[in-house]
Design a protein around this ligand. Structure first.
Ligand code: ADP
Ligand code: MG
Length: 222
């Protein structure tokens, strides 16, 4: 499903502040697997996730996702590919506070030119699944942390992507909501999603549903 081949990422190449964030990283992920990508802050986790999602390009090496060489795709194809195949859950959720729950959830679908009816039926499905339907028209800025979490998950899943990438999804959550996130994780795995979680939160270590834990340190898989 995902093949990371010898990925190296150098920021500010050739400048005095040159920085090698990833160095020769390789691994494979099979369909339906849950991968925990762990390592301390600054080890390169976010950079790696964004390269897999084709948000950034590697300096050397390549990433193949669903037989597509995403690291070589031109930007407009990369965003199309991402929209169809990848759901991204960001650390701070990246929701738009001045829009409603519904408006946030349908944002990944907007470029597809669906009818209002189709948008609504897709959004309703995920809002029900993650128990946020009752807040459909509420502005995101008025939601509790848990409600924002469920909205972010619903948005990541609204286009039914095969792959879910989550970057420090519990970083801003208290213990109760972190445990709740694990429940949602089980649910996503059960649906057959292929999932990579970048985290340094020990709550994700040694979970029975995890297929592989990958540890990175200073940009290298250890
Ligand atoms: P993590 O997510 O594990 O905390 P990151 O992938 O965010 O690590 O960062 C890895 C390293 O790359 C850090 O030293 C960070 O400062 C550096 N880095 C990340 N993005 C950039 C960038 N756009 N420009 C320069 N350096 C960056
Ligand atoms: Mg990070």
């Amino acid at each position: 499903m995902i093949e990371v081949k010898n990925v190296t990422k150098v920021f500010n190449q050739g400048l005095p502040n040159e920085m090698t964030a990833l160095s020769g990283v390789s691994f494979m992920v099979n369909r339906g697997e849950l991968i925990i990508l762990k390592g301390p802050s600054g080890s390169g986790k976010s950079t790696l996730l964004s390269i897999i999602a084709a948000l950034q390009k590697p300096t050397f090496g390549e990433v193949i996702v669903l037989k597509n060489r995403v690291s070589k795709l031109p930007d407009d194809f990369a965003s199309l590919f991402r929209r169809e195949n990848i759901g991204f859950i960001f650390q701070k959720f990246n929701l738009i506070p001045t829009l409603s729950v519904y408006e946030n959830i349908i944002t990944p679908l907007i470029p597809e030119g669906l009818s209002d009816k189709e948008l609504e039926s897709k959004a309703n499905r995920v809002m029900e699944e993650f128990s946020i339907s009752h807040k459909k028209d509420e502005l995101v800025k008025n939601l509790s942390g848990g409600e924002q979490q469920r909205t972010a998950i619903a948005r990541a899943l609204v286009n039914d992507p095969d792959i879910i990438l989550a970057d420090e999804p519990t970083a801003n959550l208290d213990e109760k909501l972190s445990i709740q996130f694990l429940e949602y994780l089980k649910k996503m795995k059960k649906k057959g999603k292929t999932i990579i979680i970048a985290t340094h939160d020990p709550i994700f270590f040694n979970l029975p549903i995890t297929d592989k834990e990958i540890t990175i340190h200073n940009g290298k898989v250890v």
